[in-house]
Design a protein around this ligand. Structure first.
Ligand code: FAD
Ligand code: SIN
Length: 517
């Protein structure tokens, strides 16, 4: 089956939905989500979205903080665009109904690691739900935007270095459909599911990054996986996030005996950038053999906690932890992919008619470490640039032709369990060998093990009918290998990449580029 649209957007997180909202009403748009429309990291965002919104703050400080947190690898033009557009981004979200928390008629601004001022606007601790539902409400009744839920993209349609859409599996019918489009936007989120423990939902399997890699794009700085310092440590919590905004409000990290430890690592203590806090926790856990450390916000009044962090309060209580009187057990977990598909300020990749926005993209705004609450901001700002770039072009009326997907040479697998075994193996290897602290030996072990898994995945892909799990496995192994290749290529420690064998930062700031030969 061939579907034809002016624009195909793969992914319905905040980057995808914002792109759709900003596209001209004259364009026909298809939006594809591999799960329910609202599912994705955007929905779970807690802390907020950063912007200069108070008289005590200014753009130059937001830019300087972002570049400093990025460890010398941030692209100043990308950071400047993002920061200078931030107040407009907040206004645009407010216009579509995002009810940012206010106090005394002003935004209630919080702070998080790396920020030198209070500049994080938020909707209590449910910022993501609010942004996602507001964006979705705006586009759901637009007759030009066609939503395809439970459709998973397999590969891009690329000929002569130009993209014309993608092959997409309809998960309900198991049919593979050809979506042909003049412009394709990848908005598929990050690859944190490559790690055993992650704050991310199941959708973050690096699909867009892997598809773009196979299509010939440059994938940049993938070694910079951000580990969020504080995910809830509980067997049933599935790495539920405990927002950095708690530390912004004074919460302290403590050892099981109640001793504070962050002063030993950084003068900014709990509000040092995430790479420093996550490494400090990792070091305390490994040195002392602790399963977790603890976060303490119990000095705040219960009603204050319930008002500012209703979601976190309720979730912890559901696990038997009353955070107004008890310590919260926390561990670091993979949270954010700083690298991705290389794009310019208009979100254009180096493949014609192919764009990337949000966590799947590498705009240069985050460098070697993303500052807290700059991700939703990047999604909103670059989605707008992307849509404006497309709106400014005259699109052709004729569509190129592509072959239908051919599955005549494959059969139904009777060993689906292999897929889940390989999936689990990849995530354990990444956690054990490519984690917060790395070494040459561990990275090379990961490379060898992943290469073996790649052979098995290729074999499976060649022989059997494609399924959603197989598509994700194929993308996960590709993303994991790109992360390892990038990590091996970086012979220094910088930002989120710490290698014991090269503990110092090099003088020169160089991006790591991985491209399919
Ligand atoms: P996502 O929101 O992850 O959306 C990806 C979309 O792509 C989904 O619709 C998914 O179904 C779809 N998709 C993926 N692969 C395919 C495929 N093959 N075919 C079809 N569809 C596909 N950042 C902040 O700035 N502030 C915060 O407070 C904050 N809190 C966070 C809290 C949590 C728990 C998490 C996990 C992240 C948080 N972040 C925060 C990071 C931020 O939420 C994400 O980086 C951002 O939302 C990513 O948006 P996105 O649109 O790029 O991707
Ligand atoms: C958080 O609320 O701690 C997450 C913020 C972010 O990832 O930027």
């Amino acid at each position: 089956m061939q579907n034809k649209f002016d624009v195909l957007i793969i992914g319905t997180g905040s980057a995808g939905l914002m792109s759709a909202l900003q596209l001209s009403d004259e364009l026909s748009v298809a939006m594809i989500a591999k799960d329910e429309i609202l599912e994705g990291s955007s929905y779970y965002a807690q802390g907020g979205i950063s912007a200069v919104l108070s008289a005590d703050d200014d753009f130059e400080s937001h830019i300087a903080d972002t570049l400093a947190t990025g460890g010398g690898l941030g692209d100043e033009a990308a950071v400047r665009l993002m920061v200078e557009q931030a107040p407009n981004a907040i206004a645009a979200l407010e216009n579509i109904g995002v009810p940012f928390t206010h106090k005394n008629g002003k935004y209630h601004l919080t702070t998080e690691g790396g920020h030198s001022s209070k500049r994080v606007a938020h909707v209590a601790d449910k910022t993501g739900i609010s942004i996602q539902t507001s964006l979705f409400n705006q586009i759901k009744n637009n007759p030009n935007i066609h939503l395809f839920e439970n459709f998973i993209a397999i590969d891009l349609l690329i000929k002569n270095q130009h993209c014309s859409g993608a092959y997409i599996l309809n998960k309900s019918t198991q049919q593979i459909e050809c979506f042909i489009a003049h412009k394709t936007i990848i908005a598929t989120g990050g690859a944190s599911k490559a790690y055993l423990y992650t704050s991310n939902p199941d959708t973050s399997t690096g699909d867009g990054i892997a598809m773009a890699y196979r299509g010939g794009c440059e994938i940049v700085n993938m070694e910079f996986t951000q580990f969020h310092p504080t995910c809830l440590y509980h067997p049933h919590a599935k790495s539920f996030l405990i927002s950095e905004a708690l530390r912004g409000e004074g919460a302290k990290l403590v050892l099981p005996n109640g001793d504070k430890f962050m002063h030993k690592y950084d003068s900014r203590e709990e509000l040092a950038p995430r790479d420093i806090v996550a490494r400090a926790i990792d070091s305390e856990m490994k040195t002392n053999g602790f399963d977790c450390v603890y976060l303490d916000i119990s000095f705040k009044d219960k009603s204050w906690i319930k008002q500012h962090f209703p979601n976190i309060f309720a979730k912890c209580l559901s696990f038997g932890i009353d955070i107004s009187s008890q310590l919260i057990p926390v561990v670091p977990a993979a949270h954010y992919t700083c690298g991705g598909i290389d794009t310019d300020l208009n979100a254009c990749s180096k493949i014609g008619n192919l764009y990337a926005v949000g966590e799947a993209a590498h705009t240069g705004a985050h460098g070697a470490n993303r500052m807290a609450s700059n991700s939703l901001l990047e999604c909103i700002v670059f989605a707008k640039s992307c849509a404006e770039h497309i709106n400014a072009q005259k699109l052709p009326s004729a569509y190129p032709r592509f072959e239908e997907w051919d599955n005549s040479k494959v059969s139904l697998s009777r060993e689906q369990v292999v897929v889940s075994h390989l999936w689990d193996e990849i995530r354990r290897i990444m956690w054990n060998f490519v984690g917060i602290v790395r070494s040459n030996k561990r990275l090379h072990s990961a490379k060898i093990h992943l290469a073996q898994i790649q052979i098995e995945v290729n074999e499976y892909y060649r022989l059997y009918l494609i399924s959603s799990d197989l598509i994700e496995l194929r993308n996960l192994i590709t993303s994991a290998q790109i992360i390892v290749k990038s990590a091996i290529g970086r012979t220094e420690s910088r930002g989120l990449h710490y290698n014991k064998d090269y503990p110092k930062q090099a003088n020169k700031s160089i991006n790591t580029v991985v491209k399919k030969l």
